[in-house]
Write a protein that binds this ligand. Structure first.
Ligand SMILES: Cc1cc2nc3c(=O)[nH]c(=O)nc-3n(C[C@H](O)[C@H](O)[C@H](O)COP(=O)(O)OP(=O)(O)OC[C@H]3O[C@@H](n4cnc5c(N)ncnc54)[C@H](O)[C@@H]3O)c2cc1C
Length: 245
């Protein structure tokens, strides 16, 4: 059992991502076949990127759905993945607590707890207790002839939300933009925000023409839609920028 922290690795991004989005965008306005637009090099990479930026800024987002990113993520809590999988326009494969025995489970400690001696020692104490309890349940199940997934699937009921998990996520660019709008915001919970920030850094490096200006909703709006009380102050609140209807 030990404390672990976030690790994100890009497994794959769609091949020829810029040319792919460009061909899809062009198909909407061209008599030409997207198959030919994709293959010929009539437009330079820079021209393709400029065109994509213009289309994206106009709100025409469906061509971005053709490019996908797949990430492997570890060192996150079950509390985080419970929030992550609420994003429905995505594909997930998560480590199972039925098939993978948690007899030495790792955990995530929130910074607010890690930085306080009293909170930290209480947190570590309960992690130890849960581990002992989980192992007692498994041992008793074994005495009764129950092992493997049949035992794990019931013993896991005592595991905490802090328990570490691993997950593979695939999202297309449109969904990623939406995910970043929600989860890079200072109002998002700290752990999923940390994940979203890491994923955004990777996406920006891979595909700047889509992700250079991505981030919390306020980045595109240039005001904070969350209301003055909740605003982090990065942008002025909506009420100060927009006239009431
Ligand atoms: C700060 C914050 C606090 C939150 N607090 C809570 C909370 O207290 N309780 C809680 O339950 N959740 C909470 N959530 C989760 C939130 O309600 C969403 O479930 C989650 O953020 C996923 O967003 P989404 O549905 O837009 O994304 P996705 O599921 O990825 O969907 C993307 C978009 O597709 C469209 N779409 C997808 N499915 C449908 C559908 N069935 N019908 C119509 N349109 C659809 C919508 O336009 C949607 O925005 C919170 C989220 C944030 C960011």
């Amino acid at each position: 059992m030990s404390q672990v922290s976030l690790q994100v690795k890009l497994l794959e991004v769609s091949r020829d991502a810029v040319a792919l989005i460009y061909a899809a965008c062009r198909q909407c306005y061209s008599a030409q076949f997207a198959g030919d637009i994709f293959d010929d090099a009539a437009a330079s990479a820079q021209e393709q990127e400029a065109f994509i930026r213009k289309i994206a800024a106009s709100g025409h987002e469906s061509p971005m759905e053709h490019v996908k990113f797949t990430f492997s993520i570890q060192g996150v809590s079950r509390a985080l993945t419970h929030q992550l999988v609420r994003h429905r326009v995505a594909s997930y494969s998560q480590q199972s607590q039925r098939y993978v025995k948690a007899d030495h489970f790792d955990y995530i400690i929130p910074p607010s707890i890690a930085g306080d001696e009293v909170l930290r020692s209480e947190f570590l104490r309960i992690m130890q207790e849960i581990q002992v309890s989980y192992n007692v349940l498994l041992a008793r199940f074994k005495e009764k002839g129950k092992s493997g997934e049949a035992a794990n699937q019931d013993a896991r009921f005592v595991l905490p939300q802090a328990a570490e998990t691993k997950i593979v996520v695939t999202m297309n660019c449109r969904e990623l933009l939406h995910f970043f709008e929600q989860r890079c915001c200072s109002r998002a919970q700290w752990e999923i925000r940390q994940l979203a920030d890491e994923m955004l850094n990777i996406c920006r490096a891979e595909l700047p023409c889509i992700f250079a200006r991505a981030g919390a909703k306020c980045v595109a709006l240039e005001y904070c839609p969350e209301g003055e009380k909740f605003s982090c102050g990065r942008y002025p609140p909506k009420a100060k920028v927009l006239r009431p209807a």
